[in-house]
Ligand binder design. Structure first.
Ligand code: MGD
Ligand code: MGD
Ligand code: MO
Length: 769
C-alpha cells in the first residue's frame, strides 16, 4: 500500500448511506452511521475494496493496438492488453484525439452521454464533470433518460404531465398511518431500499411498512420472487407469469367496473378517455372481453383470485405500488399506464394512503423526505450540439450511424460517432446483449474512459485514465430524497497516480487551451466552498443554515431546509381539478391520450393495452428457452460497483454470481446446489453458481446484474462470471420511450461443460512485461 493518512473516524456519504471510516493498521475500518435505523450492512462491507490496489487502475494506460496502430475502428478492443504510460503522455494523446475528432468531424461526433451512477458527492459527480468539460469544448452528443426509468418518464409526461408519481408520491409515513391494503406489483424490495441516488441519511422504508402492518394493513405481493417483500409483513404471494402484469391489471379493472365497484364520478371529473378504454376492456373495440377469465389465461393467476382481489381493493383504502422493474421490459409503458388507470377506476387517488405510487422501495428516497428547493449543484454549462439518443439505444447508434429511429413522437437520426468518452459509468455492466455492445464498441476511432477499477468498460477503452475514489477526495453530499447535507472529508490519499475526474479534466482543458473556462480559476477546495455558498444564496429567505462553509465543514452535517415529509400525491388535484389541473393537455389524468394515439405507434397505442412481448411467443415451459430470467438489481452491491468487495464476493457461488431457481426446476434438470450452470438465451450464455430456492416461482430463474463481464472463454460462454446482460436482448420498450428492457428474457439452464474456465474479471489486463 502507498502512503496513508491515519486519523480518527470521519463521516462519509455513499449512494447506500452515511458511514464512518478510518484507515487503521488492519485496513479501512467502516462503520454504519449510528443515526441510521436500518443501515445497508452488506453494501458497507464492500467499501474497503475501494482501496484494493490489485483491481485499481493505478496509472494511465493505453491499449497496445492503439499505441501501435493509432486511432481507428478496431475489433481487438476488449481483447487487447494495456501499456502503462506517464500522465503527460496519456493527457496529450487524449487531448489530441478530442481535438482531431472535433476539428475533423465536428463536436457531434463525440459521444459524451457517459451514463452511470459514479459516486455520491455533488462536486465529484462524474456526470456533471464530464458534461461540463465537453460543453466547454463545444458540446457533444448526449443521452437522455435513464436505464432506471426509461419507459416511465416519457409516458408519465404525457399522461399525468410530470414525474410526480415517482418523485413526489404519497409519503411513506402517510401510508404507514392510512393504507389498509397494499397491492405491490414487483414488491417493495428491502434490498433496493438500501440505495438512493446521491445518498440517504436514514433508511426508513421497511420500518414504515412494518408500522403499517402493526396497525393491521394487509400486503399482497405480485411478483416472481417472494423476497420482494420482507417476511414479517405476512404478505400473500401472487405469482403472475413475468411480463404479464398489464393483463392482470386489465382484468382487475374490468371486474371492478362490471361489478359496479368503480368510482364513476372520479373517472368523469378527473380523467379523460375512460370510455374509450372501457370499450377496449369490454370487447367493443375488437370483440375480446378483457375480464378476469381472459386475464387469467394470460398471467396464470386464478380467475377467482383476480375477481376477489378486485373486490378487496374496492373495500379498502388501497395503495397500488408499481416497482420500476415493471417498466424495464418490452412494452414497459403498459403496466405503468394500466396501474395508474386501475387506480383511477378505484378512485382513491389524492386520498391519504390510497391511489398509486411508482417505485416505493425501488430507492430509499422514494416516499421519504423530499427536497424540492435548491441543492448545491455544479453547473454543466450549455451544450452546443443538439444530437441525442435515448440512453439505451447506444449500440444501435454506434452500429448504424445515420439510421432513423422514433422517440416520443419525433423521427430522429443516429449521429456518426468517432469518439466515445465515459466517466462514472459501466456500459459493459448496464447495457443489454453485451456481445452486440462489443461489436458496437469496435466502431469508433477512439474510446476514452476514466475508471477507478479495471472494469469491462475500462478494458474496452483505448485510453484509460485512473480516477480516485470518493474516499480519496473532499466533497459535499446530499440528494433530493434525503434531508442531510454531509461534509465528506477524504479518508485517505489517492492510490497510485489516480486523480479526481475534475483534476483530469482540468489538465485536459489546459492542454486544449480552455483551462480557465473549465475551472473558472477555482481549485477543488474553492469549488466546494463556491457550491456551498451559492446554494446558501439561492435558498429562500429564512432558510439560511446560518453557517459559512468553514462552519459547515467543521460541523460535518446539517439538515437541508425546505424538506417535505408528509405529502399526499394529487391531494390538491383531487379537491379541485379545475383550480389545480395537471400539466396534461386535458388538465386531467389521461387514461387515453390523444397525443400518444396521434403518434400511430403499434407498440404503444393510445390507452393501456395488453401487448404480448416477443419473449412470450413460446408458452411458459416450452420452446428452446422455457424459463423466464429475472435480471433484477443486486442485493449485495450497487450495480457493478465493488463487485470484488466482501459483501458481493461473499455471496458468489463457486466464484460466480449466484443464480436462483425453484428446487423443482433444478431437480427436473438434474442440477444441484452449488454447481456451476450455463444459462443460455437466444443471444448468448453465461456461467453462474446455482442456488435452489422456494422464494423463486417455478419457471423463473433470477440472476442479478453487476457481476463484472468476463468474456475470456468465448467457446464456453459469452460471460464466464455471471453478468446477465450476456443473455438479455437489446431492444427498446417501444417507439414512444425506447427504454431499457433488461429485466426479463427467456433462457434454459443446464450443467456447465467441463473443464470450467477461470474467472478473470478482477485481474488487470496488463502484460507483466
Ligand atoms: N439486465 C439488466 N440490466 C440493467 C438493469 C436491470 O435491471 N437489468 N438495471 C439498469 C439500471 S436501473 C441502471 S441505473 C444501470 C446502472 O449502470 P451503471 O450506473 O453504469 O453501473 P455502475 O456499476 O454503478 O457503474 C458506475 C461505474 O463508475 C465507476 N465510478 C464510481 N465512482 C466514480 C468516479 O468518481 N469517477 C469515475 N470516473 N468513475 C467512477 C465505478 O467503478 C463503476 O464502474 O444498469 C442497468 N442495467
Ligand atoms: N442493493 C441495490 N439496490 C438498488 C440498486 C442496486 O444495484 N443494488 N440499484 C438502484 C437502481 S439504479 C434502481 S433503478 C432501482 C431499481 O428498482 P427496481 O427496478 O424496482 O428493482 P429490481 O430489483 O430490478 O426489480 C424489483 C423486483 O421486480 C420483480 N419483477 C421483475 N419482473 C417482474 C414482472 O414482470 N412482474 C412483477 N410483478 N414483478 C417483476 C423482480 O422480482 C425484482 O426483484 O434499485 C436501486 N436500488
Ligand atoms: Mo437505475
Amino acid at each position: 500500500m502507498t502512503a496513508r493518512l491515519v486519523k480518527a473516524h470521519s463521516s462519509h456519504l455513499s449512494h447506500w448511506g452515511i458511514f464512518d471510516a478510518a484507515e487503521t493498521a488492519a485496513g479501512l475500518d467502516v462503520r454504519p452511521d449510528p443515526g441510521d435505523p436500518d443501515p445497508a450492512h452488506t453494501l458497507l462491507r464492500n467499501v474497503p475494496a475501494m482501496l484494493d490496489e490489485r483491481v485499481r487502475v493505478l496509472v494511465p494506460h493505453v491499449r497496445r493496438g492503439f499505441l501501435e496502430r493509432g486511432a481507428g475502428p478496431d475489433e481487438r478492443r476488449g481483447y487487447d492488453d494495456y501499456v502503462p504510460v506517464a500522465w503527460e503522455r496519456a493527457l496529450s494523446l487524449a487531448a489530441g484525439e478530442l481535438e482531431r475528432c472535433r476539428s475533423t468531424y465536428g463536436n457531434a461526433s463525440i459521444f459524451g452521454g457517459s451514463y452511470g451512477w459514479g459516486s455520491a458527492g455533488r462536486f465529484h459527480h462524474a456526470q456533471s464533470q464530464v458534461h461540463r468539460f465537453l460543453n466547454v469544448l463545444g458540446g457533444y452528443t448526449r443521452s437522455v433518460e435513464t436505464y432506471s426509468l426509461g419507459a416511465a418518464r416519457p409516458l408519465l409526461r404525457r399522461i399525468v404531465g410530470s414525474d410526480d408519481p415517482i418523485m413526489r408520491p404519497t409519503s411513506l409515513p402517510v401510508l404507514a398511518e392510512h393504507t389498509g391494503l397494499f397491492v405491490c406489483f414487483g414488491g417493495i424490495p428491502a434490498k433496493n431500499a438500501q440505495v438512493n441516488d446521491g445518498g440517504v441519511a436514514r433508511h426508513t422504508t421497511i420500518g414504515h411498512l412494518r408500522r403499517a402492518r402493526e396497525r393491521g394493513a394487509r400486503f399482497v405481493l405480485v411478483s416472481p420472487l417472494r423476497d420482494d417483500l420482507v417476511d414479517d409483513l405476512d404478505a400473500e404471494w401472487i405469482v403472475p407469469i413475468p411480463g404479464t402484469d398489464t393483463a392482470l391489471m386489465l382484468g382487475l379493472a374490468h371486474t371492478l367496473v362490471r361489478r359496479g365497484l368503480h368510482d364513476a364520478e372520479f373517472l368523469r371529473t378527473h380523467c379523460v378517455g375512460f370510455d374509450e378504454w372501457w370499450a377496449y376492456l369490454d370487447g367493443r373495440t375488437d370483440g375480446v372481453v378483457r375480464d378476469a377469465a381472459w386475464a387469467s389465461g394470460i398471467c396464470g393467476v386464478a380467475e377467482e383470485r383476480i375477481a376477489a382481489l378486485a373486490q378487496e381493493m374496492a373495500a379498502h383504502r388501497t395503495m397500488i405500488t408499481l416497482s420500476w422493474s415493471l417498466q424495464r421490459a418490452r412494452y414497459g409503458e403498459q403496466p405503468l399506464w394500466a396501474g395508474i388507470a386501475l387506480a383511477c377506476v378505484l378512485g382513491q387517488i389524492g386520498l391519504p394512503g390510497g391511489g398509486v405510487g411508482h417505485g416505493y422501495g425501488s430507492m430509499a428516497g422514494i416516499g421519504g423526505p423530499r427536497v424540492d428547493g435548491p441543492l448545491p449543484t455544479l453547473r454543466q454549462g450549455q451544450n452546443a450540439v443538439r444530437d441525442f439518443i435515448p440512453v439505451a439505444r447506444i449500440a444501435d447508434m454506434l452500429l448504424h450511424p445515420g439510421a432513423g429511429f422514433d422517440f416520443d413522437g419525433a423521427r430522429l437520426r443516429y449521429p456518426d460517432i468517432r469518439l466515445v468518452y465515459w466517466a462514472g459509468g459501466n456500459p459493459f455492466h448496464h447495457h443489454q446483449d453485451l456481445a452486440r455492445l462489443r461489436r458496437a464498441f469496435s466502431r469508433p476511432e477512439t474510446v476514452i474512459v476514466h475508471e477507478q477499477f479495471w472494469t469491462a468498460t475500462a478494458r474496452h477503452a483505448d485510453i484509460v485514465l485512473p480516477a480516485s475514489t470518493t474516499l480519496e477526495r473532499d466533497d459535499i453530499g446530499c440528494a433530493r430524497g434525503s434531508d442531510a447535507l454531509v461534509a465528506m472529508p477524504r479518508v485517505t490519499e489517492s492510490r497510485g497516480e489516480a486523480r479526481s475526474d475534475f483534476a483530469i479534466f482540468r489538465a485536459l482543458a489546459d492542454e486544449l487551451g480552455v483551462g480557465k473556462e473549465f475551472d473558472e480559476g477555482r481549485d477543488e477546495r474553492e469549488w466546494l466552498e463556491h457550491l456551498y455558498e451559492s446554494w446558501r444564496d439561492a435558498l429562500p429567505d429564512g432558510d439560511d443554515p446560518g453557517l459559512d462553509f468553514a462552519g459547515f465543514w467543521a460541523k460535518g452535517r446539517i439538515e437541508v431546509p425546505g424538506v417535505t415529509r408528509h405529502r399526499v400525491l394529487y391531494a390538491d388535484f383531487r379537491a379541485g381539478p379545475a383550480a389545480h389541473p395537471l400539466p396534461t393537455p386535458s388538465g386531467r389524468i389521461e387514461i387515453s391520450s390523444s397525443t400518444i394515439a396521434s403518434f400511430g405507434y403499434d407498440d404503444c397505442p393510445g390507452h393501456p393495452t395488453w401487448l404480448a412481448p416477443e419473449f412470450l411467443a413460446d408458452p411458459p415451459g416450452t420452446g428452446p428457452y422455457p424459463l423466464f430470467l429475472v435480471a433484477n438489481n443486486p442485493a449485495t452491491r450497487l450495480h457493478s460497483q465493488l463487485d470484488h468487495g466482501a459483501g458481493s464476493a461473499g455471496a458468489k457461488v463457486a466464484g460466480r454470481e449466484p443464480v436462483r431457481m425453484h428446487p423443482g426446476d433444478a431437480a427436473a434438470r438434474g442440477l444441484v446446489a452449488g454447481e456451476v450452470v450455463l444459462v443460455e438465451s437466444r443471444v448468448g450464455s453465461v456461467l453462474a453458481g446455482l442456488v435452489p430456492s422456494t422464494d423463486v416461482a417455478p419457471g423463473v430463474v433470477q440472476l442479478s446484474t453487476g457481476a463484472w463481464f468476463d468474456p475470456s472463454a468465448p467457446d464456453v460462454a459469452t460471460c464466464v462470471h455471471g453478468n446477465p446482460n450476456a443473455v438479455t436482448t437489446d431492444i427498446g420498450t417501444s417507439r414512444l420511450a425506447q427504454g431499457c428492457t433488461g429485466q426479463l428474457s427467456r433462457v434454459e439452464v443446464r450443467a456447465a461443460p467441463a473443464p470450467l474456465p477461470p474467472v478473470r474479471a478482477h485481474e488487470p489486463p496488463v502484460d507483466p512485461e
